[in-house]
Ligand binder design. Structure first.
Ligand SMILES: [Zn+2]
Length: 712
């Protein structure tokens, strides 16, 4: 026969839209199907859903039991047709209606026979539920709305399975005359159809008279709202997959609730106009799934709204430092109490003065990382190896760190490379989950991520411990009562020239990445990480953990307590006067003996810091007498360490003097050779040379000052 076999391909053909949905199925964006139709197939009807009951009652009450053709109804219809000689009506089962929607034909008696045959075929090949689903996917609901899912979403803002009895009864009445029965344009007619459907439902025994009355009395507002347009930067990023089957719902990883919180926080915090651009990324630590991505405070803003700040490469500032410290922990080079030198020095291609312009002389790894000191970070980077550090950043997915290691030099740890917020947040997710890295996910997948080991869980814990905890929050806010924060760790960053402000915060479950800046790269005094980006991250954390209780990292068994000399952070000897407890990594951390309190050697501090300690211990020098010049740096008797790896003129020392006469010219001499001129309070940089040096500063008026320093 010419109509056999069953045309399966027509059954699969729908004018389907592609829907990007969040992880709970909430539509984020719809790409309309062929002909501009809004058709969102895929709803799986359950017999107990109201829409399934309403439809069966209204259209085909014996649906669940007949073989595809309702013999009784068909016989009656054919009889009427022969007798009255007019177009037949009735006798349609849901199955024959599916056939008719699949292959529209003129309504003649022979058509009726073909459709009956096809309906029997359909029943044999597919189950009842599949037929019901087919009907619900194809039925017209007015305008460009095809199928119950699109209808339920557009008219009532919910999924077909969530429709109430009143809503389901209203919509079940529409497909018979979708143009005249549209509930938004012709509410009275739709209401009459609803009453009919409810009566049928009661007659079928699906509902009681009371339920029917209650449902009918319920006021309904059916308005086909706008198409969903949520999380726009995220949807732009996901895109509609090129090979997405028509009608596919792409289940993304986004969590609409988290997205809504992030959008609100960013908009409120930047409403003061501190910066035009800002972005937030929230990642799920366990899977790397993107739960929220806000690329700008207002997508619809004319100038910069569409620029996705989460994907723009921007200077990293101090945000890369924790990875250098994690590598140092893993290589056993330092523990949190290890003391590092923090002394003034200048390198040729950049000025690594600490952001506060206040050198501390001798600081622990813990303080150096918390305070984000630059010179100790360079020290760590040198010990780890700049190339190794560079390779680690690349392996962590920071693909915009695309130049070779030597291009960045030691400035890499200070953030002279550009990173994208999404990549950066994912690199921190690696730390938060204990050292395993995988790419971010934007589409839900049942497959577990393929992990790449980057750090030990012990090193990650040390970083989180240093950068987290209530103590740190208290330090930052000043008062315990101001903390009101769930447990979290965070790192800030500010790019050179105040162009980018960063904060990445994390706990074992989520990473929150924040960038604030101007899309055109212009600078602003407000663009300091801890001033503008940190409050955004904290605000979001507080909203995600409203009671301030949240998870925290469990200490891995490999992190063990050890006793160290309080002064050096190294293994104490018999002469070490004060000891403290520190964390170390079992079988990894090296326990070098304390170099400060060695037997027989008195006060053998590393020369680079000895002078700082002396200067701190000594009382402040008295005010310089009138008509005088006084050298403020270097301090008398300072000692510096020469770094043999660096070029000769790459290491320079700041020379600075005070004078009672502001603005006068000061002349500098080293070992009686003139090296340059400066003004009071302004530094002059002198390339370090090994040996002992006499440094003289003198004014043309006569007064001068002299210090001696040593370069080891
Ligand atoms: Zn000691």
């Amino acid at each position: 026969m010419r109509w056999a076999p069953f045309p399966e391909e027509k059954l699969a053909r729908l004018p389907a839209s592609v829907v990007l949905a969040d992880r709970h199925g909430e539509p984020l964006r719809v790409r309309l199907g062929a002909g501009g139709l809004d058709c969102r197939p895929g709803y799986q009807p359950e017999p107990e859903h109201w829409i399934a009951q309403a439809l069966v009652a209204a259209e085909d009450r014996r649906f669940w039991t007949h073989p595809g053709v309702d013999g009784l109804a068909l016989a009656r219809a054919i009889g009427q047709n022969l007798f009255f000689g007019r177009r037949i009506s009735g006798a349609s089962t849901l199955s024959t209606q599916v056939i008719r929607m699949m292959e529209p034909r003129d309504r003649t008696l022979s058509t009726k026979v073909i459709e009956a045959f096809r309906a029997l075929q359909l029943e044999r090949r597919h189950g009842k539920r599949e037929i019901l689903a087919q009907y619900l996917d194809r039925a017209p609901f007015g305008g460009n709305i095809v199928g119950i899912e699109a209808a339920a979403r557009r008219y009532f803002g919910k999924g077909a399975g969530q429709l109430s009895l009143a809503e389901a009864a209203l919509l079940a009445g529409v497909p018979q005359s979708p143009a005249r029965g549209r509930p938004d344009r012709h509410p009275a007619r739709a209401k009459r159809r609803q009453a009919y459907v409810l009566e049928r439902m009661e007659a079928c025994g699906f509902i009681t008279a009371r339920e029917r009355e209650d449902a009918f009395a319920q006021p309904l507002e059916a308005r086909p709202g706008n198409y969903p347009f949520r999380a726009p930067h995220f949807c732009d990023l996901v895109g509609v997959p090129a090979r997405a089957a028509e009608g596919a719902t792409v289940r993304t990883t986004l969590d609409s609730e988290v997205q809504r919180l992030a959008e609100g926080v960013l908009r409120r915090r930047l409403s003061g106009g501190a910066a035009e651009g800002g972005a937030i990324v929230v990642l799920d630590v366990k899977t790397g799934a993107v739960r929220a991505l806000v690329g700008s405070p207002d997508y619809r803003a004319r100038r910069a709204g569409q620029v996705n700040g989460a994907m723009a490469p921007r200077a990293a500032g101090s945000t890369l430092k924790p990875f250098a410290y994690a590598l140092a922990f893993d290589r056993g080079l330092v523990t949190p109490a290890t003391m590092l030198a923090d002394v003034p020095m200048r390198f040729r291609d950049f000025d690594p003065r600490n952001f506060s312009l206040d050198f501390r002389g001798w600081v622990s790894v813990r303080d150096a990382l918390v305070l984000s000191l630059n010179l100790p970070a360079i020290d760590i980077e040198r010990r780890v190896g700049q190339e190794r550090f560079h390779g680690a950043l690349r392996a962590l997915g920071l693909s915009t760190v695309s130049r070779p290691a030597e291009h960045y030099g030691l400035g890499l740890v200070l953030g002279n490379a550009e990173v994208r917020l999404l990549d950066l947040a994912n690199a921190y997710a690696c730390l938060a989950r204990g050292g395993a890295w995988a790419p971010v996910r934007v589409v839900e997948s049942p497959d577990p991520p393929v992990w790449k080991p980057m750090f030990s869980s012990e090193a990650c814990w040390l970083v989180s411990d240093v950068l987290g905890g209530e103590e740190r929050a208290m330090d930052t806010t000043g008062h315990a009562v101001d903390v009101r924060l769930p447990p979290m760790a965070w790192k800030t960053g500010t790019s050179a020239g105040l162009r980018d402000a960063w904060t990445v915060a994390w706990n074992p479950d989520i990473v929150v990445g924040v960038w604030v800046g101007n899309p055109d790269g212009s600078s602003a005094d407000e663009l300091v990480g801890r001033k503008i980006a940190t409050p955004i991250a904290w605000d979001l954390f507080r909203r995600m953990y409203p009671d301030n209780h949240g998870p925290w990292h469990a200490r891995p068994a490999g992190v063990v307590s050890c006793t160290v000399c309080a002064a050096s952070g190294r293994a104490p000897g018999p002469n070490c006067p004060h000891r403290i407890e520190d964390w170390s990594i079992a079988k990894v951390s090296r326990h070098e003996p304390c170099p400060v309190h060695r037997q027989g050697a008195e006060g053998a501090w590393p020369v680079a810091v000895a002078s700082f300690l002396n200067r701190r211990a000594a009382p402040e020098p008295e005010e310089a007498p009138a008509e005088s010049v006084r050298i403020r740096t270097p301090a008398r008797g300072s000692a510096y360490r020469w770094m043999p790896e660096l070029e000769v003129d790459a290491q320079r020392l700041a020379l600075e003097a005070a004078s009672d006469r502001a603005g006068e010219t000061l002349h500098w001499f080293v070992d009686d050779r003139p090296v340059g001129k400066s003004r009071p309070g302004e530094p002059l940089f002198w390339p370090l040379e090994r040996g002992t040096h006499q440094i003289v500063c003198s004014s043309a008026r006569g007064p001068s000052d002299r210090v001696q320093i040593a370069v080891e």
